[in-house]
Design a protein around this ligand. Structure first.
Ligand code: NAD
Ligand code: UDP
Length: 315
């Protein structure tokens, strides 16, 4: 199969490309390299079934493909708030272009949606039936509302034009190849711990998140895309829930760091609690995460140790 992966040079996209290539598919990786890196796909570049090119999905594109995994969108709050207008354009114009491509080629399209569509949730854990509690005019709205519109577009193209769609609501996922400047909590804490800098817990650290290791997430995306009777939306994430303070303490212990925990102000609209109900993915896809937090953190810590030591060698 010829598969288009947009955002394929990013954190999740590069792991997905690797996984799909191992199944002998032909992969077209498309990226504007805003947060993605050529380095993330360097090991795939010589592969005869792998192509990569620079393109921004805000502009239309024509290709012949059978599957589209649409991951192109900055995912960390620091990056998606850098140019909020472009973020929402990626989710409205960009998703429309991908859906037009799916419509013309009759490709099946999977949209990387997010737990952010639930906003600061009033029910816990979050099931797919929950409509969310989202601020439409806040600093996170370019992303949260953008991803909500993207879901609407997916379902409208499905109902109106018969496009085969799959919508994955991805909860916090971490692992090797998160960018050094990503700004999300797992990479921030690991880098701070490895460099013995203060560990920046925002607020009192009692807010919770559920962290999924990247290999588990990629398995869920592929199972969803290849399932025959499920359009979604489907929650994909690890239901084990931790406070941010617990995460900080775990990373300090695992790295033997001399970092101290400091408390910075909580960003606007920061959700207090987040935990996926994954019953649907369990029953329809036979999927659930296999990698416990400390095992995934250990692999991620090793990755950042190598990245930081390569950076020191260059300096
Ligand atoms: P990432 O920033 O590492 O990857 C995004 C990739 O998309 C980058 O390579 C970036 O350069 C590219 N990109 C951004 N805008 C683009 C555009 N307009 N045209 C072409 N390429 C563009 O982030 P990630 O964590 O790998 O996230 C991938 C997708 O998964 C995103 O859509 C994100 O919203 C979604 N997601 C991720 C998480 C998570 O925890 N990692 C959670 C929920 C949803
Ligand atoms: N956070 C933190 N310190 C950091 C980065 C993030 O305490 O250096 C907190 C953030 O306020 C949020 C949680 O960690 O409550 C997860 O943040 P992240 O940016 O990773 O993802 P989000 O789930 O908010 O999109």
């Amino acid at each position: 199969m010829r598969i288009l992966v947009t955002g394929g040079a990013g954190f999740l996209g590069s792991h997905l490309c690797e996984r799909l290539l191992s199944e002998r598919d032909e992969i077209i990786c498309l990226d504007n390299f805003f947060t993605g890196l050529k380095e993330n796909v360097r090991s795939l570049l010589g592969h005869y079934n792998f192509e990569v090119f620079r393109h921004d999905i805000i502009a239309p594109i024509d290709l012949e493909v059978e599957r589209i995994y649409n991951l192109a969108c900055p995912a960390s709050p620091v990056h998606y708030q850098f140019d909020p207008v472009r973020t929402i354009q990626a989710n409205v114009l960009g998703v429309t272009h991908m859906l037009e491509l799916a419509k013309r080629t009759r490709a099946r399209i999977l949209q990387a949606s997010t737990s952010e569509v639930y906003g600061d949730p009033k029910i816990h854990p979050q099931t797919e039936a929950y409509w969310g509690n989202v601020n439409p005019v806040g600093v996170r709205s370019c992303y949260d509302e953008g991803k909500r519109v993207a879901e609407t577009l997916m379902f409208d193209y499905h109902r109106q034009h018969g496009v085969q769609i799959k919508v994955a609501r991805i909860f916090n996922t971490y692992g090797p190849r998160m960018a050094l400047n990503d700004g999300r909590v797992v990479s921030n804490f690991i880098i701070q711990a490895l460099t013995n800098q203060d560990m920046t817990v925002y607020g009192d650290g009692s807010q919770t998140r559920s962290f999924c290791y990247v290999d588990d997430l990629v398995e869920g995306l592929v199972r969803l895309c290849e399932s025959e009777d499920l359009t979604g939306p489907v929650n994909l994430g690890n239901p084990a829930e931790f406070t941010i303070l617990e995460l900080a303490e775990t990373i300090i212990r695992m790295t033997g760091s001399r970092s101290s925990i400091v408390h910075n102000p909580l960003p606007a609209d920061d959700p207090l609690q987040r935990n996926p109900d994954i019953s649907l993915a369990r029953s329809k896809l036979g999927w659930e995460p296999q990698v416990p937090l400390e095992q995934g953190l250990s692999k991620t810590i090793s990755y950042f140790e190598k990245r930081l030591s390569a950076r020191r060698t260059l300096a």
